[in-house]
Design a binder for this molecule. Structure first.
Ligand SMILES: [Zn+2]
Ligand SMILES: [Zn+2]
Length: 168
């Protein structure tokens, strides 16, 4: 878990602080599958801007996730550039003016990073954009073995031929 102590910056209004931090990323659950960040620790840039009304925070990093393809369950890799902002009002009177990642002056960078990555994920994680997926009939990988089946209840001789081919 990576966290960052804003207190130690002792920023005054109008001041900005930039720092490169080592950000520890966590595995993600997405669509019932598990995705691992590789590498687990990435360099991230944190920018803190203090104003009289509040503190603006910006976090930038790149993440690479490895996990199963949504269609064929083969290996898929996603690269995501992340650039997110949060704001904490000095005297927040509504939830919109406070960031959930700040507790006292401790900024939970790992939780912020995890949520940002989840929001940046594509709708489906694929091994490639045109992944053909698994055959709905026999379950074989259509990328490796493109094939079609006779319509249901088709010629049993074909099935025999298919199983012969598998045996070779
Ligand atoms: Zn695939
Ligand atoms: Zn098939």
């Amino acid at each position: 878990m990576t966290s960052f102590d804003l207190q130690r910056l002792k920023l005054r209004s109008g001041e900005e602080h930039r720092e490169e931090v080592e950000l520890e990323l966590q595995p993600l659950e997405f669509g019932g599958q598990r995705y691992l960040p590789v590498p687990e620790t990435v360099p991230a840039e944190l920018v803190v801007n203090r104003a009289t009304t509040g503190t603006a925070l910006r976090l930038r990093f790149r993440v690479r996730l490895h996990g199963p393809c949504y269609r064929c369950l083969g290996d898929a890799v996603v690269d995501l550039p992340i650039d997110v902002r949060e704001y904490q009002a000095t005297n927040p009177d509504s939830d919109e003016l406070r960031t959930p990642y700040l507790d006292d002056d401790r900024l939970d960078l790992s939780a912020w990073a995890r949520d940002s990555v989840v929001l940046a994920l594509p709708e489906q994680i694929l091994c490639r954009a045109d992944c053909a997926g698994l055959c709905p009939v026999c379950g074989r990988n259509l990328n490796e073995e493109p094939h079609e089946h006779e319509r249901e209840g088709g010629d049993p001789r074909w099935a025999a031929l298919e199983s012969l081919k598998d045996a070779l």
